[in-house]
Write a protein that binds this ligand. Structure first.
Ligand SMILES: Cc1cc2nc3c(=O)[nH]c(=O)nc-3n(C[C@H](O)[C@H](O)[C@H](O)COP(=O)(O)O)c2cc1C
Length: 249
């Protein structure tokens, strides 16, 4: 009898060890530490952050551990500066690489749609930003300080039809542009699966994933978030494709 009890106890130990290994086997992480010194002007901060694809929070999950997203309806919502500048701005001719259409995040959104389908939605503010980099920086800094929620031009009327929502954004002042938080506030994300993608300067994802996760307490956030430096956008098509594969698309 005693031998049987010992045998059962050993079996239980083996099963619990296997379980631990499965929950930890998640996404890769790239932990290059960097900051964003390119920002000029009196509102510039200088903090450190982790760049590139990274594991984000303990409550996040990876789709690769869940059912296949093949049957799901997908929305790819993204904010890019180039689609949020004043009408009449000579966007393509500007000296700033960041404001050239389709924009870095816009480009990533198009690659994602090419690969997995889904509907694109460009998050656009009613009052566009200046195409001048420093003016845009100043307004964005004020909006962040005020925790503003800029009014959006449009919302997604059939939002409840979608199962998986991709949200793309540039790093603006170490988080997402406040317009992205307007978008989160204006739609019911409860029960949705959310995948984040970002483009940034030298500051990486900074607080963006933490801030968006906090704003979406009732969603499942994919733990593997891609962050592509603006300097690498032109060579990142394959990186985006590999990331989609890694998260189960
Ligand atoms: C208002 C503003 C604030 C920015 N703040 C940061 C920042 O804090 N950290 C960073 O790494 N990059 C920052 N950037 C750079 C953008 O994240 C980067 O250029 C990104 O690739 C732009 O994507 P987009 O072309 O889709 O707008 C900022 C850019 C702007 C316009």
């Amino acid at each position: 009898m005693k031998r049987i009890r010992i045998f059962i106890a050993m079996l239980l130990m083996i099963f619990s060890l296997c379980g631990c290994q499965q929950t930890n086997g998640n996404s890769e992480s790239d932990t290059a530490i960097s900051s964003e010194p390119h920002i000029t002007g009196n509102k510039a901060e200088n903090i450190q952050s982790v760049s590139s694809a990274e594991q984000t929070s303990q409550s996040s999950e990876s789709f690769s551990e869940q059912e296949s997203p093949a049957q799901s309806k997908i929305l790819i919502a993204y904010f890019t500066w180039a689609e949020n500048v004043e009408t009449g701005s000579d966007v393509d001719a500007t000296a700033s690489a960041s404001v050239t259409l389709p924009g870095n995040v816009g480009q990533m959104a198009m690659w994602i749609q090419d690969e997995i389908g889904g509907d694109l939605f460009s998050i656009q503010v009613k009052e566009p930003y200046s195409a001048d980099y420093n003016e845009c920086l100043d307004r964005a800094a004020d909006e962040k300080a005020e925790k503003a929620r800029p009014v959006l031009k449009n919302t997604v009327e059939n939002f409840s039809d979608y199962d998986i929502i991709f949200i793309g954004y540039p790093n603006w002042w170490y988080t997402a542009p406040m317009a992205v938080f307007s978008f989160l506030d204006e739609h019911d994300f409860s029960g949705k699966r959310v995948v984040l993608f970002c483009s940034h300067g030298t500051g990486g994802l900074a607080s963006s994933v933490k801030d968006i996760t906090a704003a979406l307490p009732d969603s499942t956030i994919e733990s593997n978030v891609i962050g592509v430096s603006r300097d690498d956008i032109s060579i990142s098509h394959d990186t985006v494709k590999s990331w989609l594969k890694a998260i189960g698309f």
